[in-house]
Write a protein that binds this ligand. Structure first.
Ligand code: SAM
Length: 311
């Protein structure tokens, strides 16, 4: 062994005498180190202190390798930076969704990637016993304040802080596309009781009205995240049941601006581009013949829900 290599030296110390105990200690240490590495990458990128090229080099990777490894994860972690705008601007969900997302016999429900609690509050009001898991501390603080009756826990879809078979239903609203699905699927199956259900939910803006199409064109000028809002789930989940609900979110011009400002790709834009986009949206709201002078705006949405049952 090369004793001058600090990594090998630490690994040998952690594994000590080896065996299953050593393997367990090594695995936990690798996970903690990986978590710390992601935090460091995040700090360096947010403070614009290093390029992807430099980060890749420091990690023994190419620039592409480093962006593939972390860029998505960093975006998934960006919501807390705009938690106030998120809470104010993002729509909730139509009441009719609850009966389809959660089966009638379910009592204990996990809201995974719960954000500021937009769906959590509705689940609590429906009389369910709700645990909300959210990795971002700023989103979690708002969630705990907004929905005090829910049990709020730090955690992620890849590592759910619940016992095996602990809930009857899991709901995931606007968050499935942020998960590492290969790890999340068995982890969700682990916490579900036999016959439990998983519901994946998205609010999609309905762009059939001309002003809504113009808003969409402005928002996606820099980036369009292609989402599969009717996904297929692998085993151990069974055949999907799908539902669509059309509805309108009543809001204000300021609410529309906050809805735009809380999108992950808008949070990630360089400041000048972000300011330009928000100014253009403000201009649309002030001048479009269907919107000008209005204090209230009804934003049309289609809520899509895919529900599967543990086989
Ligand atoms: C668009 S928000 C949706 C929040 C909430 N469910 C709602 O409907 O308003 C996505 C949320 O997923 C969370 N998230 C991102 N990656 C996650 C992961 N791997 N596991 C669990 N949640 C995650 C983010 O922190 C964020 O709060």
């Amino acid at each position: 062994m090369d004793d001058d290599d600090p990594g090998r030296r630490v690994a040998a110390q952690v594994a000590a005498g080896g065996g299953l105990d050593g393997l367990h200690r090594l695995s936990e240490t690798i996970e903690a180190l990986e978590e710390r590495r992601t935090d460091l990458v995040e700090e360096l990128r947010r403070g614009r202190q290093a390029t992807w090229e430099e980060i890749g080099r420091a990690c023994g990777m190419t620039r592409q390798g480093a962006t593939r490894r972390w860029a998505g994860r960093l975006r998934a972690r960006s919501f807390g930076l705009a938690a106030t705008a998120y809470q104010h601007g993002r729509p909730g969900y139509p009441q009719a969704l609850i009966g389809s997302a959660v089966p009638r016999e379910a009592r204990r429900v996990l809201d995974l990637g719960a954000g500021t609690g937009k769906l959590t509050g509705m689940l609590v009001e429906a009389g369910l016993d709700v645990v909300a898991v959210e990795p971002d501390p700023q989103m979690r603080d708002r969630l705990a304040a907004a929905v005090p009756k829910a049990a709020v826990r730090a955690g992620s879809a890849e590592r759910i802080p619940l016992p095996d078979a602990g809930v009857d239903a899991v709901v995931v609203a606007q968050a499935w596309h942020w998960f590492d699905q290969a790890t999340a699927v068995p982890e969700i199956a682990r916490v579900l009781a036999p016959g439990g259900t998983l519901a994946l939910i998205w609010n999609v803006r309905d762009e059939t009205e001309p002003w809504a199409a113009e808003l969409g064109a402005l928002m996606h000028r820099s980036d369009r995240q292609r989402l599969d809002t009717a996904p297929e789930l692998p085993a151990p989940f069974g055949a999907p049941e799908r539902l669509e609900i059309r509805w309108e979110h009543p809001t204000t011009p300021a609410g529309v601006l906050d809805m735009v400002a809380s999108r992950s790709y808008v949070i990630a834009l360089p400041e000048a581009d972000r300011a330009r986009l928000l100014a253009d949206v403000e201009q649309l709201l002030a001048t479009h013949p269907d919107l000008a002078g209005r204090d209230e705006i009804a934003v049309p949405y289609v809520t899509r829900c895919t529900r599967v049952r543990l086989g």
